[in-house]
Design a protein around this ligand. Structure first.
Ligand code: CA
Length: 220
């Protein structure tokens, strides 16, 4: 297929970072600490964090949602980009992983912006809808268990305002979505989700090849 997005070799990736990454020291420390974690692969790429901070600014976001916190890199990127009155509702099930996140939010002076809910995210999102805050979020980032991606998306679509943005991570799943040999449940869930979104007229759509694939869905 002509005009495809270029794959990046290490040299070009390093160049990209060298001329564009503006990573605050606190984020660099968090990224390096998380790189030693046994599940380090769950951390987003730094250029993706910077891009999400840009999106938050572009949206004029003051209220955002994060589904899947891990050690907090993405939420810290967004929190630093929000105004002083900004709020993130952050969903995760792990006290252990989010203990690291909380430590860095404190150190960065943004802990007051983050409302961490330790519970299954489906329950937290249902609670938000029951509390009457549908259509009030500017931005949502979905990066949790892949089997629930569709359910997270449907609930997020109710929670974001018209013109609000939902970003969904890992939609290229290290290339496995395009490999018919791979049939595990996470891969199947991402494939089905991508196909559904392709046809979904409720959103304006773009799938970016940044990091492991990031879909942007703008609520119409
Ligand atoms: Ca991810």
């Amino acid at each position: 297929m002509p005009n495809k997005t270029l794959g990046l070799d290490n040299r070009l990736y390093d160049y990209l970072l060298s001329v564009s990454l503006r990573e605050p020291e606190i984020l660099r420390q968090l990224r390096e600490e998380t790189a030693r974690h046994p599940r380090a692969g769950m951390q987003i790429a730094p250029e993706q964090g910077q891009f999400m901070a840009l999106l938050a600014q572009l949206l004029g976001a003051t209220k955002t949602l994060e589904i899947g916190v891990f050690t907090g890199y993405s939420s810290l990127c967004v929190a630093l980009a929000l105004p002083p009155t900004g709020k993130i509702v952050a969903c995760d099930v792990s006290e252990e992983y989010t203990a690291t996140a909380r430590r860095y939010w404190e150190a960065a002076g943004v802990a007051h912006k983050i409302d961490l809910r330790i519970a299954p995210a489906l329950q937290t999102l249902d609670d938000l809808l029951a509390a009457g805050v549908a259509e009030t979020f500017d931005f949502a980032f979905i990066d949790a268990d892949k089997d629930n991606y569709d359910a997270y998306f449907e609930l997020s679509l109710q929670l974001v305002r018209t013109g609000g943005l939902i970003a969904i991570d890992n939609v290229l799943w290290r290339g496995q979505v395009a490999d018919p040999q791979v049939q595990d449940s996470s891969t199947q869930a991402i494939r089905a989700f991508n196909e559904k979104l392709h046809r979904d007229e409720r959103v304006t759509l773009s799938l970016l090849t940044i990091a492991d694939g990031l879909t942007l869905a703008l609520k119409r």
